[in-house]
Design a protein around this ligand. Structure first.
Ligand SMILES: NC(=O)c1ccc[n+]([C@@H]2O[C@H](COP(=O)([O-])OP(=O)(O)OC[C@H]3O[C@@H](n4cnc5c(N)ncnc54)[C@H](O)[C@@H]3O)[C@@H](O)[C@H]2O)c1
Length: 475
């Protein structure tokens, strides 16, 4: 058995090499040319979607002296970039201006895609109101790319999505709607020089917003091409700006890799959130327990409880897989359970504020409450899916007069799921509030002063660690 299996493997390898050598010497030349263009930073890179993912990526390529063109349908973003301004807190106007000096430009004109060698798509992948994947941004973008596609181009999807999106959703649109009858290169030894093929890959974005300890170029880049040549080109393209690329066997494997990473976080956060509730009931400090467990040099990775999940990724992405799994008659029970626990956390915060006020013989109804920090996590300017928004709404519904403070948000207007129209309060006279709720533990806050001034502090993040005061209620 073993012996014949070995022979079969070897003969397959020989066959593969032969096919590649005899039928695709033209492709080898094309690949070499494309790769050498990348190595010499002469490949033109188009990035579609200039948000939290796309804009920093454009700047990384620009820093390496690539000619980068950014595409976005939001004219305010295109205008701001054209004027050399930034709309993302951690990106300075100077960085945009430096990129412009290296040839970076932003546009809404998709016809300029024809000039690109590589096209990278970084558009949103939210859930719709029924908690199902909303692929409309990907499909709209793909419809817009198709008429401008030309042979030999590399198209890479970076948006987080379920396994199969690249092959089942994106490629059929590109193949059907391009003007030259082009096909995505499949199998080995593609014929791109005959002018009939384009290359496709998926490569997930793995950024950790606000994390200053790992530089973006040190986060290995996973790439999964539709065929070996697409993988090679994508690895070469990302190898120009990332220190390590990790090839996987297909776009679907790369799509699934990203989901595994985010589901791992989502499930582990749910676990500590649930254990936090138990610890509170048992009079134990979950933070002390996590810190002690973290001293184990193997087999334990710490996750921390909080007021609920936030951001574009962790509360959203796992449900892309649950949805897809149903097609396979499969229920992803861990994801559903984690979702249930994490979604209940803002309600736990509301209950904690209620019982904390109760101790002061006060009710939520009519109480003045200051929510401290509304970004979905520390030190970032991103409000998407932030639990603070739900907490504010829940408190308001129960009759509290809610104010908020966050150094990153002078105003909270309208989002997909909220319409608050609130102005940031000044961070002073904290004694005027019946309760201060720490929802996001920005590092600029002076927590000892906050505790000193406030009447009551409900702390959802352990931001007041080390401060001993009867005013603090851990939640
Ligand atoms: N933000 C993160 O930290 C992060 C981390 C990992 C992965 N991701 C994933 O990356 C993807 C992008 O996320 P983001 O945070 O950058 O989103 P974002 O909302 O900040 O940016 C998306 C941009 O795409 C633009 N856009 C939408 N439709 C378009 C179209 N048809 N043509 C051109 N531009 C279009 C929007 O105007 C916006 O500027 C998502 O799938 C997300 O899940 C995000």
């Amino acid at each position: 058995m073993l012996k014949s299996g070995l022979v079969a493997t070897n003969s397959r390898t020989l066959l593969r090499t032969k096919t590649f050598m005899t039928t695709s010497s033209a492709t080898v030349t094309f690949l070499d040319q494309f790769k050498s263009k990348i190595q010499q930073c002469q490949a033109r890179v188009g990035i579609i979607g200039l948000g939290y993912v796309g804009l920093p990526l454009a700047l990384l390529y620009s820093e390496e002296k690539f000619q980068v063109t950014g595409f976005d349908i939001d004219s305010r973003k295109v205008d701001a970039l054209s004027k050399g301004e930034s709309y993302i807190y951690r990106i300075t106007a100077e960085e945009i201006q430096a990129a412009k000096r290296h040839g970076f430009s932003a546009t809404a004109d998709y016809s300029r895609l024809t000039d690109m060698d590589a096209i990278i798509i970084c558009v949103p992948t939210p859930l719709n109101e029924y908690h199902e994947p909303d692929l409309s941004f990907i499909t709209n973008t793909t419809h817009s790319i198709a008429p401008h596609l030309r042979a030999g181009q590399l198209v890479v999807l970076e948006s987080t999505t379920y396994p199969g999106t690249t092959e089942e959703v994106m490629i059929p649109i590109l193949e059907k709607e391009n003007r030259g009858g082009l096909k995505a290169a499949r199998g080995e030894g593609s014929q791109s020089e005959s002018g009939q093929e384009f290359f496709v890959a998926f490569s997930p974005e793995r950024e950790d917003p606000g994390n200053t300890t790992v530089a973006r170029k040190d986060i290995p880049k996973v790439v999964g091409g539709l065929n070996p040549e697409a993988s090679e080109l994508a690895a070469s393209l990302y190898g120009a700006i990332f220190n390590r690329t990790v090839p996987v066997s297909s776009p679907a494997a790369a799509e699934m890799t990203k989901l595994l990473e985010n589901i791992y976080r989502c499930v582990n956060i749910a676990l500590v959130n649930e254990l936090k509730l138990l610890c509170l009931r048992m009079g134990l400090d979950i933070w002390e327990v996590i810190e002690a467990a973290s001293t184990k040099p193997f087999g334990f990775h710490p996750f921390y409880p909080g007021p609920g999940l936030g951001g574009h990724c962790i509360p959203v992405d796992p449900f892309y897989l649950s949805w897809k799994a149903k097609e396979w008659d499969f229920r992803t029970r861990f994801i559903e359970l984690a979702g249930e626990i994490n979604t209940s956390m803002p309600y736990h915060v509301l209950a904690s504020v209620g019982s904390a006020l109760n101790r002061h013989k006060k009710a939520v109804n009519g109480a003045r409450v200051l929510v401290l920090g509304v970004a979905y996590k520390r030190d970032i300017d991103d409000l998407r899916e932030s639990p603070a928004l739900t907490i504010i709404e829940l408190l308001q519904k129960d009759g509290a007069a809610v104010s908020y403070h966050d150094p990153y948000f002078p105003f909270i207007g309208r989002g997909r799921k909220y319409d608050l129209q609130m102005k940031c309060a000044e961070l002073k006279d904290l004694g005027q509030y019946d309760c201060v709720v720490i929802v996001t533990d920005h590092s600029d806050y002076d927590y000892p002063s906050i505790v000193r001034e406030a009447q009551l502090v409900v702390d959802t993040r352990n931001a007041t660690r080390g401060i001993v005061s009867p005013k603090i209620v851990h939640c």
